[in-house]
Design a protein around this ligand. Structure first.
Ligand code: GRF
Length: 187
């Protein structure tokens, strides 16, 4: 059974993490959440992870400790869910094609450094796009540039505000991340 570690961000709600954990717990995915890794105790996602019964690990030094934490737990697949920083190169290389991230737009458009949260949806609307969605991609040494594993699309409506588009995309993300993991396990 695939052993997954999820890395959440310091500000994220943890809603993608919740979707993945619930899919494992309900048997939708043939995978087990070995741990949720958070940059700090006060990350909002930590409480959610604990309430779902997941083991939470908070590294003393994320960059230095991450590879050891993943290796000790025999992790097969790492899923970034709201983690906004670059992953150390040694970890990216060790987990080549075994580390995924989700981005709230249709990459390769609207990605890269600084493109996160509402800024992504503002840019999509400003560009006059009629379609957006989410992308699950492999993690590489640069922001949002790894090979694409899975995408789901939704319309951008003419009266959309960044917030309304964000919530439509977020619903897709929860489904899209689980589908991407299933695709990965069947690859
Ligand atoms: C999501 O929009 C995801 O695409 C991006 O960060 C956000 C995390 O949200 N990478 P949540 O913490 O999973 O609710």
């Amino acid at each position: 059974m695939t052993r997954i570690a999820i890395i959440v961000g310091s500000k994220g709600r943890g809603s993608n993490m919740r979707a993945i954990v619930e899919a494992c717990q309900s048997g939708v995915l043939d995978a087990k959440i070995a741990c949720v890794i958070a940059p700090s105790e006060d990350a909002p996602a930590v409480e959610t992870a604990l309430s779902l019964g997941a083991e939470v690990v908070i590294p003393a030094d994320m960059d230095a400790d991450l590879l050891g934490i993943l290796q000790e737990r025999d992790i097969d697949l790492v899923c970034l869910a709201g983690f906004m920083r670059l992953i150390p190169v040694d970890v990216v290389r060790h987990f080549e094609r075994r580390m995924l991230n989700i981005h709230p737009a249709l990459l390769p458009k609207f990605g890269g450094k600084g493109m996160w949260g509402m800024k992504v949806h503002e840019a999509v609307i400003a560009a006059g796009e009629t379609e957006s969605g989410c992308t699950v991609h492999y993690v590489s040494e640069k922001y949002d540039e790894g090979a694409i594993l899975h995408q789901l699309r939704c319309p951008v409506k003419s009266d959309d505000m960044p917030e309304s588009l964000a919530s439509r995309v977020l619903e897709l993300e929860h489904r899209g991340y689980v589908e991407a993991i299933r695709k990965w396990t069947l690859r």
